[in-house]
Design a protein around this ligand. Sequence first.
Ligand code: MG
Length: 407
Amino acid sequence: MKITDVKTFLMQAGAPNLKSWAADGSFGTQSYSGNLTGTRNWLFVKVYTDQGITGIGECSGWPRVIETAVRDLRALLVGEDPTHIERLWQKMQIAIMGHGMTGTVGAGAMTGVDMALWDIKGKALGVPVWNLLGGKVRDRIHIYAHANTPEVALSLKERGITAIKCGGVSDPVRKVAGLRDAIGDEMDLMIDLHGPPWMTPGDAARLARALEPYDLMWIEDPIAPENLDGYRRIRDAAHVPLAAGERSSTIFGLRELIEHDLVDVAQPDTGRAGGITQMKKIAAMAEAHHIMMAPHSGSLGPVAEYAALHVMAAIPNALILERIEDDWDGRARTVIPHPQQVDGYLQVPDAPGLGVDIDEEFVAQFPSSQNLSVPIGKDTTSYAPGTFDEHVYVQTRLRRGRHFRPD
Ligand SMILES: [Mg+2]
């Protein structure tokens, strides 16, 4: 079997300013001067073969830029046997090495291709991808959704969700206290601080200690992801599980977090970690350190979600998968079939390959125009000049009384 073509499908994936990425709908309809909202993009990659088998993949890490990278990689891939996945991964890696460290753009491009190659291999052999990865450890994957208010959390609970994550550095202890009070001990709760560069490790450690009584499943990205020494300080100071890794790619990008036991939960993004090939290796590295996997999926589309389901089905240390439960309506129409959450779980697909394809006609209806995201909400003016939110580097250093106390 030979690869005959590689094509990209880039789409504007809904408009977060009209329908929130977050479950609480707090991102309102305000417009931002410069029209930066509504710019989430999804990039799908299709690899074609001379035997009529096609594979589908997805890339995150700045999809609009990655589309060009994938088109460059096409020349390396046409004529190759798509079943030699590791060889092709190394070929791509070496070819982009001269651009500098791989980062999420290079790894995002390789991810889409790699995912499509696994899809082709599964279809060619008539088995699901999880079977190629060693077989199933589990039949369904535990998911969590997003909620910043007790009302949204309880609404999700009614729909079967058993774990929720809130986010942001604004009043974190009060937010967590309110949510824990509302949902009780039966639901799991996490907070994502989004790796704020303006949070000092000392403040993050103090915050982590203040959050200890709420028994979080994890605190995510408490400080900037580059500050690994800071992670050590937080870990030494507080007894709260830490999670990180969504902005890093490949075994090399997550190596230090795992090797130095800086986190309890690794969160590689299934669209930019380097593909199924790298996700499996990262999971194995994490396993050796008793670290669990909770793949990031904040801005990912539904094809990468399928890839995550296959990986999580096959690894022992799968904890939970992120999901925007109340996403843009078009998400379900972008792929066939679209997985439905039942009792807080997604079923592991059993069809050959990844078990999913995109609806190309639907995707074509949403051409990309921009690919940046600025959160817009009714309670924030998104870094507008003259506001509290303008001061992104000093935000948590002001109004300090709001950050560490529950009331
Ligand atoms: Mg996050």
